[in-house]
Design a protein around this ligand. Structure first.
Ligand code: FES
Ligand SMILES: [Fe+2]
Length: 402
């Protein structure tokens, strides 16, 4: 399989990747938590994960705790999962249902499903509490095609729909907003690597023919990546004409009967959409997946994802989805190994950085987006204790028209 880039990169582009220090600098990680993870939209769930009043999903990342909750009025709301009494989580589970109120597991303060405080335990022992002011703290939230996003701090991205606007015509043929969870919940896996190693492996298809036999069998030479542009990337592949050598691929190709709404280009194809800084949607005829990664600590990353199916899925579509999930699961496992090796390399005394192929231009364009926020990535590691300052100084010296 010899994939070619959809758009040829310019001649003489910088093939050197990020500096090794950026993969294990604790100061860099702290700045990334603030500037990337707290200040960019993060996908939490689909609104069909919480179809009924009292249904909730929680998500922890970089020290923050999000709670998405459907109210009695049917509205989806986002809050900090943080009791106003002493900061306990108000719900402990990653998803579930509460009846008519949320009762904090620490001392029993109760909150209504719209977040307002219903009442403290033993209220006579406390001053009077304003139900709104002392309600759960709301979070900025956006819903795009049914997917619920939160943001902990204001940031450079406009609404998710604006970030994803260029895909609207292509995605209109998929029923993303109506899709329902596959019943398996959110999966998580811990990877021993800096979170950027995950992105670096994920942002290029150069490794597909060698490292992903399943995808190579499914796609043949049709796969291509488009570079990151204004915060999104797109990768696409029609299935190859061959029947497939591997059991899952052969059966997937034979069984797949795509939804009638899909046009000729998409009825036998997988589409991946990347959203800066840490989210990928995999959009298949039979299902839609998303996955994302968050740093837990230096060299420890959590990857999280979920799968959604068509609401009116028949037996054949269910089987196709099962097979595409098998292909997907193997691909993730294969990537995990490559990610960890990439991470280890940065510690090796023989490591001289990377030399990117034209088929890895997506890696470079993603790095460009990082370098716009962190110009410090273009220099040597700043002396201890100065990274954030140095980055701020470089940003303020930059010509704004970039
Ligand atoms: S911390 Fe929630 S009731 Fe005390
Ligand atoms: Fe991969």
């Amino acid at each position: 399989m010899t994939a070619s880039p959809k758009t040829a990169p310019p001649p003489d582009w910088d093939r050197s990747g990020l500096p090794a220090w950026s993969f294990f600098s604790a100061e860099m990680l702290e700045l990334e938590k603030e500037v990337l993870f707290r200040s960019h939209w993060q996908a939490v769930c689909h609104s069909n994960d919480i179809p009924n009043a009292g249904d909730f999903v929680t998500l922890d990342f970089v020290g923050e705790r999000a709670l998405i909750l459907r109210g009695q009025d049917g509205e989806v709301r986002a809050f900090h999962n943080l009791c106003r009494h002493r900061g306990s989580r108000v719900v402990a589970e990653s998803s579930g249902t509460c009846r008519s109120a949320i009762v904090c597991p620490f001392h029993g303060w109760a909150y209504n499903l719209d977040g307002t405080l219903r009442g403290a335990a033993q209220p006579a022992t406390l001053p009077s509490l304003d139900p709104v002011k002392m309600g759960l703290k709301p979070l900025e939230m956006d819903i795009w095609n049914g997917f619920v996003f939160v943001r902990f701090k204001p940031g450079p991205q406009p609404s998710v729909s604006e970030v994803m606007a260029r895909f609207a015509p292509e995605l209109a043929q998929y029923d993303l907003a109506d899709m329902v969870p596959d019943g398996k919940g959110f999966w998580t896996t811990e990877i021993t690597a800096n979170w950027k190693c995950v992105r670096d492996v994920d942002n290029e298809g150069y490794h597909v023919p060698m490292a992903h036999p399943g995808l190579a069998d499914l796609f043949g030479s049709n796969y291509y990546d488009e570079p990151f542009s204004n915060g999104t990337s797109r990768s696409f592949s029609k299935f190859s004409a061959s029947n497939g050598r591997l059991w899952s691929v052969r059966n997937y190709k034979a069984i797949m009967e795509p939804p009638a709404a899909l046009d000729d280009d998409h009825k036998d194809a997988w589409l991946y959409i990347g959203m800066f800084p840490n989210l990928v949607f995999g959009i298949y005829p039979d299902s839609v997946i998303f996955y994302q990664e968050f740093p837990l600590a230096n060299g420890k990353t959590i990857q999280r994802g979920a799968t959604y199916r068509h609401k009116d899925e028949d037996r054949r579509m269910r089987l196709a989805r099962y097979l595409s999930m098998r292909i997907d699961r193997l691909t993730s496992k294969e990537d995990e190994q490559l990610i960890e090796w990439t991470w280890e390399a940065a510690f090796s005394s023989g490591y001289d950085g990377v030399v990117l192929s034209d088929l890895e231009y997506g890696v470079k364009t993603y790095h460009d987006a990082l370098r716009r926020l962190f110009p410090v990535l273009s220099s040597d590691e700043p002396p201890a204790g100065t990274l954030a300052q140095q980055n701020a100084a470089l940003l303020s010296a930059k010509v704004p028209a970039e």
